[in-house]
Design a protein around this ligand. Structure first.
Ligand SMILES: [Fe+2]
Length: 464
């Protein structure tokens, strides 16, 4: 992966620079090292950095003087500057902050403390550097001026000369913020702003209006409709960049709050639903641990098939909850040892839809519903509840079916002992392409073959 940031580490000692580099590994940044302030300033003339981390006591020049030199440099006004003290020193750190240091860290502090402090710095603003900004204006001179200012401040810029052209640009790029003039030919800023607010994909992008004083009432009306801020022309470039950074900070804060709220809601729902699954499994000793194992096997298959981290998480939760709907199946039917009547089979087969109905009111669990609802579909279309065929069955549901089937085969039933691993694998192989997904069975076989011990659960008991 391409590093997102470039950090400059300035310290006389190569060993200390390496230690700092290790403490910063979490950020996956490109690390450039300098052994003195002079060397660092030469590097600073040649390339752009996203963060400087420097010793407070550099040779030749005092570390504190180095902060001043960076702040006075044409590119150094905005850059986050982290001063590192060998030991805590209140007087020195106050002086460093006075001169424009962004953060003071101590050498002794561990990786976690550094990581937390710097992550906070990222949330405050460093995370904005490198963000893509779309600037829309019909004046080439203004575009050039704004582009130069934003690039210098560390942003990437893409431009368009009217609203229509900007909408085209937005089909292929996803800017973190949009800045637009109001008075433009073809499609003016008001129409453009309204078009953005009307589209689901662009509604969330902060929109800054750039216009003449005479249009203040229009700008205020757009703010009321959802635009983030306005800047009156002519403007001071520095003030303009501060407005952009503020809008981005606000956007990051809102997104972060949203993420935390969703995560909290999801965790509390998952806690309750997992408790339900545990209660379900407690109804019958034969089901003990079934969903946990199915989840483990499904993730193993998903990993072999190259699913992303997010997809694996969805699969893990979906497989864990795949039989949630059995909560709605009567005890007598669930525990019946012998063959089920046709009516009982129909009743039992309702459990995927019952599970799906239980989960539907929870928006954050929407991605797992296909796993719960469709884990009994068959490749040949003979499964239930929908009789979907082949790839019409979502991949995660097909994977879950293989995991579920293997665990069922190797589990003891009231009326038979579970099959040994090799026999269960033979059966999976026989039904691939008809009942089960060929690729998912292959992936499970490869995973099982690579295991030191056979992937059969300890108590060998389950009921699908
Ligand atoms: Fe099931």
């Amino acid at each position: 992966m391409e590093p997102k940031f470039t950090f400059l580490l300035v310290n006389e000692s190569i060993t200390i620079r390496k230690i700092w580099g290790l403490k910063l590994a979490h950020f996956q940044a490109q690390i450039i090292e300098a052994s003195s302030a002079t060397e660092a300033l030469t590097l600073f003339d040649e390339q752009r950095f996203d963060l400087i981390l420097a010793d407070c006591q550099l040779p030749q020049t005092q570390g504190i003087d180095f902060i001043t030199q960076i702040r006075q440099h044409p590119q150094g006004g905005q850059i986050p500057f982290v001063a590192v003290q060998p030991l805590p020193n209140q007087t020195q750190s106050e002086k460093a902050y006075e001169l424009g240091t962004t953060l003071v860290l101590t050498q002794q502090e561990n990786e976690k403390v550094w990581q937390q402090a710097l992550s906070h710095l990222f949330e405050q603003g460093l995370g904005h550097l490198g963000s893509l900004i779309l600037v829309v204006d019909d004046s080439p001179a203004l575009l050039r001026l704004v582009e130069a200012g934003l690039t210098k401040a560390g942003f990437q810029v893409v431009t368009a000369c009217n609203g229509k052209e900007a909408l085209e640009v937005l089909k292929t790029t996803e800017p973190a913020i949009i800045i637009s003039d109001l008075d433009m030919p073809v499609m003016n800023g008001i129409e453009f702003c309204k078009a953005l607010l009307a589209q689901e994909e662009t509604r969330h992008i902060p929109f800054i209006i750039l216009s003449a004083n005479s249009e203040k009432s229009v700008m205020r009306s757009l703010i009321a409709q959802g635009a983030s801020a306005y800047v009156v022309k002519p403007f001071h470039l520095e003030q303009f960049i501060i407005t952009v950074e503020k809008a981005l900070s606000e956007q990051f804060r809102l997104l972060d709050e949203d993420r935390k709220r969703l995560e909290l809601e999801r965790n509390s729902m998952l806690g309750s639903i997992t408790a339900l699954v545990n209660a379900l499994e407690a109804r019958d000793p034969y089901t003990s641990g079934h969903s946990q194992r199915v989840s483990q096997y499904a993730v193993a298959i998903g990993e072999k098939m190259g699913l992303s981290k997010a997809e694996l998480e969805t699969l893990q939760i979906g497989a864990r909850l795949h039989d949630l709907g059995k909560i709605g199946i009567a005890d007598g039917l669930l525990r019946k040892p012998g063959k089920l009547t046709a009516e009982e089979v129909a009743s039992f087969n309702e459990h995927p839809m019952i599970g799906s109905t239980i989960l539907t009111p929870i928006p954050s669990l929407a991605p797992i519903i296909p796993v719960v609802e469709l884990h009994h579909e068959r490749i040949d279309g003979e499964g239930y509840p929908k009789g979907l065929k082949g790839e019409k069955i979502p991949l995660m549901a097909r994977i879950c079916a293989v995991a579920d089937c293997y665990d069922a085969l190797t589990s003891d039933r009231p009326y038979r002992k579970g099959f040994p691993h090799h026999k269960a694998m033979d059966i999976l192989s026989e039904v691939k392409g008809t009942q089960l997904c060929d690729h998912s069975v292959q992936a499970f076989t490869q995973w099982a073959e690579a295991q030191q011990t056979l992937p059969i659960h300890e108590n060998n008991s389950s009921l699908t």
